[in-house]
Design a protein around this ligand. Structure first.
Ligand SMILES: Cc1ncc(COP(=O)(O)O)c(C=O)c1O
Length: 384
């Protein structure tokens, strides 16, 4: 298979060879169940899990006992949102939640579920450049607000929310703060300071797919998410099910590598991204979506006016693997909810491309991408 250039690292990343190597013995030689307390097979597996837990905790500045392994971030998000709702529902409290229109579908779908179950939800708008109005946010907090849920960095635009300020406002108002940090973890330094719940996913930082974690702040007086998967009481009762030891070991290894790699990579990727972006926004009718500042270093979301979105993506993807700013779950692709929330015209939204760079991206990839997108726009113009 002759693969195109890969610029879709926000979608997923390749597992690092060191991660694969670290995982392999846990499929065969060390196959024990980490919950088997009575023999050496179990003890060895449990030790490996605990070492991985420590490494994952280090990546986000948490304590290892605050890490709950899940099957990925979607599950961690469900556990956080539905779990907290159920904690308060037991107490028959009125429940109000605050989130944002540009959150990931996993978050938005959980909230529409909560609405069906009787919760009130405020979906904050964003400015044209994707940033949040903190005054509006603060004004939306009510006496019955139970949780604030705002992502660390947006998966489509790379826009970073001011997490420290949000955490401070949450703390002042005595409200739980949950953040989906999937796109930030392992890319930029993050810390759980001021955060009560935080979701991450290994496959976004060169670890295996199907494994993630929810950070749950250790504090007995705080509400705790109710388990969404019941059974043997694994993971301190937050998430039952036999632990996926190889994946957990892989996530731990990936977290450890990212901690040492990400700082150096930041500048290299930012330079490459900026070079690509400068080239692309000079093309006819190209517009950058999202603020120039406060953005992940490896992400660029650009709309190309005057061309048909589906055709544009199909052609670009022949040589460069990227994602569109549209959801293609229907015959007519819908512009992304993130771009619509930013006030991007629907037609322009459909003709938007997210370029996300990563560890293996080099200057040649960026030059080839610039050339190819320019060629594609020429071809599409001629076809008109
Ligand atoms: C911001 C964000 N949240 C959540 C998820 C879901 O993560 P997972 O693939 O681990 O379920 C993704 C993945 O696309 C994401 O980008």
């Amino acid at each position: 298979m002759n693969y195109p250039v890969y610029l879709d690292y926000n979608s997923t990343t390749p597992c690092s060879p060191e991660v694969i190597e670290a995982m392999l013995p846990w499929f065969g030689e060390h196959f024990g169940n980490a919950a088997s307390k009575s023999h050496a097979f179990g003890w060895v597996a449990e030790n490996a899990v605990e070492e991985a837990r420590e490494r994952v905790a280090n990546l986000i500045g948490a304590k290892s006992k605050e890490i709950v392994f899940t099957s990925g971030a979607t599950e961690a998000i469900n556990l956080a949102i539905k779990g907290i709702f159920e904690w308060y529902a037991q107490r028959k409290d009125n429940q109000h939640y605050i989130t944002c229109q540009t959150e990931h579908k996993a978050v938005l779908d959980c909230f529409s579920e909560l609405e069906k179950r009787g919760a009130a939800v405020t979906y904050l708008p964003v400015r044209r450049d994707g940033t949040l109005d903190l005054e509006l946010f603060e004004a939306s907090i009510r006496s019955d607000t139970k949780m604030i849920c705002l992502m660390w960095a947006n998966n489509e635009t790379g826009i970073i929310h001011p997490i420290e300020e949000i955490a401070k406002i949450a703390e002042e108002n005595n409200v739980i703060f949950f953040t989906d940090a999937v796109q930030a973890a392992g890319k930029i330094p993050i810390s759980v300071r001021g955060v009560h719940l935080l979701a991450i996913s290994a496959h976004k930082f060169y670890g295996p797919k199907g494994i993630g974690a929810l950070y749950v702040r250790h504090n007995h007086s705080l509400p705790k998410p109710y388990a969404q998967i019941s059974g043997g009481g694994h993971e301190k009762g937050f998430r039952s099910g036999t632990l996926n030891v190889p994946a957990i070991v892989g996530m731990g290894k990936a977290a450890e590598i990212r901690l040492s790699e990400m700082q150096g990579e930041y500048h290299r990727l930012k330079e490459l991204r900026d070079k690509l972006e400068q080239r692309l926004i000079e093309l006819p009718n190209a517009v950058l979506n999202g603020s120039q500042h406060g953005r992940l270093p490896h992400v660029s979301n650009i709309s190309f006016g005057g061309v048909e979105g589906e055709e544009l993506l199909r052609k670009v993807c022949q040589k460069v693997a990227v994602s569109s700013g549209s959801a293609c779950s229907s015959i007519t692709p819908k512009p992304s909810h993130v771009l619509l929330a930013m006030g991007v015209d629907p037609d322009l939204g459909r003709a938007s491309i997210r370029f996300s760079l990563g560890k293996h991206t080099d200057e040649q990839d960026v030059d080839d991408t610039g050339d190819w997108v320019a060629d594609v726009l020429e071809i599409l113009k001629k076809q008109d």
